[in-house]
Design a binder for this molecule. Structure first.
Ligand code: ARG
Length: 593
């Protein structure tokens, strides 16, 4: 059982059923754990909180389970009535021992036990380049997916491809109009170009708009030429996207593009009419209004069917929910959408309409929009049309070049005319250098996204995006390697040696131990990051871990001292925690550097 749970249980005995908190304060002076129970009860019973706290301390120290872990003198009243507890060293040390044997489950939480979650992310659009927004969604969404995977529940993911809609009418019409169009040389850039060009032409020649509308209607009706062009565009785009996913090590269990919901849409539209959720708007369009009991508009209406009879992005999102609520493998307690903040209103409308349409089925279901902010360049907004945007290839290219220089320099290698020259470090081979620089560069790019709150807009600064020191993945990867280096010097069996240890020798040891054990090993970091959809919490924790370890390592000799085993154990656990934390963020580690 986790230490925190034992404390909760002991406190709950006196809580009269009231809610109370047990927290792990960052500052050791405020206890390894602290509870506000006395303040909660004082209010209830009309008593002085400090006096009540003193009573409770006496009662708590009689608790059998608790007294095994906490010395009587180490339960103390502080401030207005907090009760602070310090865990016995020997308990922390034996937990350290256990932690080193945990393996893959290290730091996992179990707060989602018995629940099923779907995370929907990435969701790029066919026939358009993978944008920076989609890149953000992919990286952040994957981290959230991983966080839930390590939270005790069942988790699945879905890539909601934008492969349907009126814009396909434009692509189809554009290709049909272009007698010189050649599929053999077509790639995603070409498709995007043709789309942008067609948009420009429409301004001069409004007739083309009708052609595009007609093309989309033909597509919806199953017209062969339209279908053919659509399918080819999908294939070309998927090839590009799959390359990106492979590079980023992202895999989807489900890839239901918008087109997958085509056959469900008529049913959803009929249901909306039948249940009086939709009404007829301008020119015969079908809309959904959002009004409170007094008829006051809560948000603008959403379009279910356009006046020309075509469906919308909104309709498809409803059909998606219908399918998710019906298909057993998609049925979940919680649906998390990692989508740009500019779609906040759209998703609010979708979720509200789904609840109106299917009140029973959605009663116990949660819909969450995890929004990411906008990325801009120092010179202003990004725009594909104007050509000022960042491409993933470029980003990874810059990062790789930089990490390659760093690693080959460290290894004493030099590339000259395609040959490797000199090797100062016999430990590393050229392929190690290549692996390392790849792991570092992808890590750097991902970490740069993950270290900030997703919702924040930020200005893209190249040097920062591929930063390899300070609060960055390569720095953490480096500290991990450092911990491995210390251990490799000895490679002794740690378990047995620290088993008999009763006390820490100094504060550095104890502070590092409680930081690793009570924050990470007990599952607190993963739980709070998952609950708050906040991968940045993991980044902040890992960076602080690395700093704490470096401080510990600088001030304390690890190898060849009396306390060697305990210090090695702390070093080993630091490494394991960094490795696991990075893994949850979707970032790999290397064993040497
Ligand atoms: N394909 C959309 C876009 O790029 C994002 C899809 C978001 N997910 C959703 N269920 N609407 O804008």
């Amino acid at each position: 059982m986790k230490i925190k749970e034992i404390i909760r249980e002991a406190v709950a005995e006196f809580a009269l059923g009231k809610e109370f908190a047990v927290e792990h304060p960052a500052d050791e002076k405020m206890g390894d754990y602290s509870t506000n129970i006395a303040m909660v009860l004082a209010k209830e019973l009309g008593r002085n909180p400090r006096e009540l706290a003193i009573d409770l301390v006496n009662k708590l120290s009689d608790n059998k389970n608790l007294s095994k872990m906490v010395e009587k003198d180490n339960i103390q009243v502080a401030g207005p009535g907090f009760i602070n507890l310090w865990i016995k060293d020997e308990v922390l040390i034996s937990q350290l021992n256990e932690a080193l044997k945990t393996g893959d489950k290290l730091g996992n939480s179990d707060f989602m036990k018995g629940k099923k979650v779907m995370v929907e992310y990435s969701s790029p659009n066919i026939a358009k380049r993978f944008s920076v927004g989609h890149l953000r969604s992919t990286i952040i969404g994957q981290a959230i997916f991983n966080l839930y995977k390590h939270s005790g529940g069942e988790v699945t993911n879905d890539n909601h491809l934008g492969d349907w809609g009126t814009q396909f009418g434009m692509i189809i019409a554009a290709i049909e109009e272009d007698a010189n169009f050649n599929w053999d040389s077509a790639d995603i850039n070409k498709l995007e170009e043709i789309y942008v060009d067609f948009n420009k032409k429409i301004e001069e020649n409004p007739e083309l708009r009708t052609k595009a509308k007609d093309a989309f209607l033909r597509l919806e009706k199953g017209d062969e030429s339209a279908r053919n062009i659509w399918q080819k565009s999908v294939d070309i785009s998927m090839k590009e996207f799959d390359d990106i996913y492979k590079k980023l090590n992202v895999e989807f269990e489900h890839v239901y593009g918008e087109s997958a919901f085509e056959s469900l849409m008529p049913g959803v539209i009929a249901e909306a009419k039948e249940k009086n959720i939709s009404s007829v708007g301008e020119e015969g369009a079908l809309i959904v209004r959002f009004e409170d009991e007094n008829g006051k508009e809560e948000m603008p209406p959403a379009m279910l069917v356009k006046s020309d009879g075509s469906t919308t992005y909104f309709t498809r999102d409803l059909a998606t929910i219908k399918m998710r609520l019906t298909m057993p493998e998609l049925k979940c307690d919680e649906y998390i959408y990692e989508v740009g903040g500019e779609q906040r209103l759209h998703l609010k409308q979708v979720f509200a309409t789904a609840r109106k349409l299917w009140p029973e089925e959605t009663k116990r279901v949660e819909f969450v929009h995890v929004a990411h902010g906008l990325l801009s360049l120092p010179e202003g907004k990004m725009s594909t049309r104007k050509g000022n945007t960042i491409k993933l290839e470029d980003l990874l290219g810059w990062a790789e070049k930089k990490s390659f220089n760093i690693t080959s320099d460290k290894a004493g290698f030099e590339m000259k005319d395609d040959y490797w020259l000199t090797n100062k470090n016999q430990n590393l081979w050229p392929h190690d250098v290549v692996n390392m620089s790849e792991t570092m560069s992808i890590g750097a790019v991902k970490y740069n996204e993950l270290k900030r709150s997703p919702i924040m807009d930020y200005v893209f600064v190249k040097e920062e995006a591929i930063s390899m020191d300070g609060n960055s993945a390569p720095y953490l990867q480096y500290v991990y390697v450092r911990t491995r280096g210390v251990l490799n010097k000895l490679g002794e069996n740690l378990d047995k040696v620290i088993a008999g240890k009763k006390e820490f020798e100094n504060d550095d040891e104890r502070i590092l131990a409680r930081w690793l054990l009570l924050r990470f090993v007990e599952g607190e970091v993963v739980e709070s990051a998952a609950r708050n959809f906040a991968p940045q919490t993991v980044c902040a924790y890992l960076f602080e871990t690395a700093q704490k370890f470096n401080g510990f390592y600088e001030r304390n000799k690890v190898v060849g001292v009396e306390n060697q085993s305990l210090r090695l154990a702390l070093t080993a656990l630091t490494g394991e925690v960094i490795k696991k934390g990075l893994k949850i963020l979707g970032i790999e580690t290397v064993e040497k550097m």
